[in-house]
Design a protein around this ligand. Sequence first.
Ligand code: SAH
Length: 452
Amino acid sequence: MKKNDLVQVRIEDMGVNGEGIGKIDGFALFVKDAVIGDLVEVKIMKPKKNYAYARLERILEPSPHRVEPLCKMHRQCGGCQIQVLDYQEQLRFKENKVKNHLKRIGGFADISVLPIIGMETPYYYRNKAQFPFGTDKAGNPITGFYAGRTHSIIPNTQCYLGVDKNQIILEKILDYMKQNHVKAYDEVSGSGLIRHVLIRVGFVTKEIMVCLVINGRNLPQTDKLVKSLCEIEGMTSISLNVNQEKTNVILGQELIYLWGEDYITDFIGDIKYQISPLSFYQVNPVQTEKLYKSALEYAGLTGKETVWDLYCGIGTISLFLAQRAKEVYGVELVPQAIEDARKNAALNGIDNVKFFVGKAEEVLPEQYETNYVYADVIVVDPPRKGCDETLLNTIVQMQPLRVVYVSCDSATLARDLRYLVDRGYELKRVQPVDMFPATVHVETVCLLSKVK
Ligand code: SAH
């Protein structure tokens, strides 16, 4: 097959990134935006020896799982890879992804994976939104999203993964910019002022935070913007974030508070959290609660246990566990997150937790070798790259009764589970949870028990 050839193919599978996969005489075609069950006409883009990337030209026969997505921009945006699949099929895709990784990478051929925990309404679930600002050809300020793999902004103020109020906030900011001739930042020249907005909403408290990221330290006619934003019910915190660097990183380090509180509050279960513009906080609070419930159940706490919570962030899981354990030790790399964790512990009157700043793979081995620390249960919730082998090795030496592994990448999860299972642990439960509907991401919580 050569470049620009037009061919017909039935999509029979989907890859881990949501791309449709079809075959013609053993030659594989990878087609973005095509889904399992579609019969499509595609144009060959990059032919290799046994496979090619191809562009979707026409859907000849739509898959029975294809739905009309809420968002008309989904193909251009790239934020949602599988919004065109009906939700049941999205869930099946994610469950299969976990099963396949466990089998292929972990060698767990006949492990049973629990049915994935989905959402009742798989839209409007994000409590956090970040929108870039720019200028259109006519010189008007715009906001929207970056077109897939570029930095050109496609105007759109309505993302269906976020809350309705985002749109009102964005429109108000655009109006303020137009009326007061405030320019959006231009990445190429480094001129202009407004770069991004960060919006956060407390799903339980209904409190709203707006933080404008600006290329400077002053915003003209600030009172007009503040007045307009304050008309929105629930507005709690308005601030500026200073970012004068030529960088892709959205937020700078300095905050200037304009109005209201320095933070919003929200609850996960009974635990209250203060969330400042720079804090990490789980973006899907409804599913987070379900995820933590599984993690808590797997930890099997009776009130007597010593628990280590590694990669603890702002202590969300640690505080959940602390209510039922004798003591909890949290470890996290980012110092500000640990400051938040300590504040949140105090806010909830929880005093049986202690937090360490540092790398889990350094803190735990060091504590084990010098202070002979002990654990009944170890919880890990690493970033996508999974756990460092040094850490896994220390866990094996410490011999906790149970290890609860919370993972956002099933490939590295499978690798790490294999390490533990080869060294005295048994994999008891695998529970996928859908934290990010319409995307290909899947969260999994696993229970491992020490073999007697
Ligand atoms: N358990 C938390 C956060 C999980 S996200 C929650 O549920 O909210 C993963 C966290 O691991 C991030 O906060 C990140 O800063 C931290 N991290 C990344 N590498 C680390 C390492 N080597 N050691 C400790 N923490 C790390």
